[in-house]
Design a protein around this ligand. Structure first.
Ligand SMILES: [Zn+2]
Length: 207
């Protein structure tokens, strides 16, 4: 695909507009630019309104290089207290300290609903024993009760914010489109854990 920006016209613009659920008139005008910027913002990409390789990839139009065979999409939580933020950098530090080569998750969804890329989809993650090579991992920030509960660390709680819920559905749908053979699970379907503190398999069964 070519790099597209405001002023471009043609079939590729139409394809872009369809992916963004816009009227596909094939003209990259201000509305298309606005939609591209919103998409870039929600995916943690550079918000410039220009559709280059990374945006095409995030849109699922250009395949990720060296695409692995993936038949599981596994949802996790950071197991951090309700109402508190936790960043990709913090998770990466924690995972490096654990001996991983990088952050274990592919995507992290912050409490404000923004999506942040962890490790590349092309590389197997480190998140679910026995399932890493065949899966993509998506982790939302939260999953435990607030710190005011002294035993928060030992309890699971579905702390997803409304914004995280919306983003989870959106991202999981995108991943299902990219990996048509993949089914959605929660970490707890493969381990004796509460993670991600809700029944992802059941809730996302129809995506
Ligand atoms: Zn987990």
């Amino acid at each position: 695909m070519s790099t597209l920006k405001k002023g471009c016209k043609g079939e590729e613009v139409k394809a872009l507009q369809k992916r963004l659920n816009l009227m596909a008139d094939g003209v990259f005008g201000p509305l298309t630019e606005e939609a591209v910027k919103e998409f870039q913002k929600s995916y943690g990409l550079i918000v410039d309104g220009v559709v280059g390789n990374s945006t095409w990839r995030a849109l699922g139009v250009v395949p990720v290089a060296n695409k692995r065979y993936v038949d599981e999409i596994i949802v996790h939580c950071t197991a951090t207290p309700e109402g508190e933020d936790f960043t990709v950098d913090q998770i990466r530090k924690m995972h490096l300290a654990r001996g991983f080569s990088d952050i274990g998750y592919h995507y992290v969804i912050y409490r404000d609903g923004s999506v942040h890329v962890g490790r590349s989809e092309a590389v197997a993650g480190a998140h679910t024993t026995g399932h890493n090579t065949r899966s993509i991992s998506v982790c939302y920030v939260g999953g435990c009760p607030a710190r005011s509960d002294k035993a928060w660390m030992n309890k699971g709680k579905d702390t997803r914010t409304q914004a995280q819920r919306v983003t989870l559905v959106k991202l999981l749908k995108e991943l299902r489109r990219k990996y048509p053979n993949a089914k959605i699970y929660g970490h707890r379907d493969f381990a004796n854990k509460a993670c991600p503190s809700f029944d992802a398999k059941k809730e996302y069964n129809d995506l």
